[in-house]
Design a protein around this ligand. Structure first.
Ligand code: GDP
Length: 196
């Protein structure tokens, strides 16, 4: 897919104030610092589109971007940052659960996973929730330039093996690096496929 235009539309703290659900929507989520903003900027080819945050976990807003006048890209607030209080974690969970259940134009959620780390309970639980709610999702392994190719393959394989313990069918996954622009064609091609 060629990105002709990517523009910021709005930020919301409430799902019912999001843009009208008239276009297919693709949401990006993951633990704070996973590389979500960098990935969004890489995919859209606009360096400053999503803010790479200096204060992880601070913003709890749903950010909508309009791509090629034909689909929404959504930057959801990150989770799992240690310094976030229990209160704001509960508020995050409530908003995200509501979004996942009620956003009728949601076509797919991209769950970002730092390729360097062992499977984390918070990510596994989040994907479990998506599965239980019947929300379509795929996994995106990030920052793979930080590892050798074989190490990335090893980590991804062991991650998927762990997932296989609780899933009959594994979600599709993508290997990416915002730094080296790896996985861009694959992710955008997938969105194009789903949009068709
Ligand atoms: P967010 O909090 O999930 O939006 O993460 P950011 O995009 O702000 O990235 C967090 C940190 O990881 C920043 O220092 C980025 O420069 C770095 N980072 C993000 N993606 C990559 C990547 O693909 N490769 C490398 N080497 N660093 C990355």
């Amino acid at each position: 897919m060629i990105i002709r235009e990517a523009k910021f539309l709005m930020s919301n703290s409430r799902v019912d104030q999001c843009p009208p659900p008239v276009l297919p929507e693709y949401a990006f989520i993951g633990r704070s610092n996973v590389g979500k903003s960098s990935l969004i900027n890489m995919l859209t080819g606009q360096k400053g589109l999503a803010k790479t945050s200096s204060l992880p976990g601070k913003t709890q807003l749903i950010n909508h971007f309009l791509i090629n006048d034909s689909w929404y890209l959504v930057d959801l607030p990150g989770y799992g940052y240690a310094k976030v209080s229990k209160v704001s974690r509960a508020a995050w969970l409530k908003m995200i659960n509501y979004y996942m259940r009620h956003r009728e134009n949601l076509a797919c959620v991209f769950v970002l996973i730092d390729s360097r780390h062992e499977p984390q309970a918070v990510d596994l639980e989040f994907m479990e929730m998506l599965g239980n709610e019947g929300v379509p999702f795929v996994m995106v392994f990030t920052k793979t330039d930080k590892l050798s190719g074989s190490r990335t393959q090893q980590n991804v394989a062991s991650y998927l093996q762990k997932m296989g313990e609780s899933w009959d069918e594994l979600p599709r996954h993508f290997i990416t690096s915002a730094e080296e622009k790896t996985g861009r064609e694959e992710v955008l091609g997938f969105i194009e496929e789903v949009n068709r």
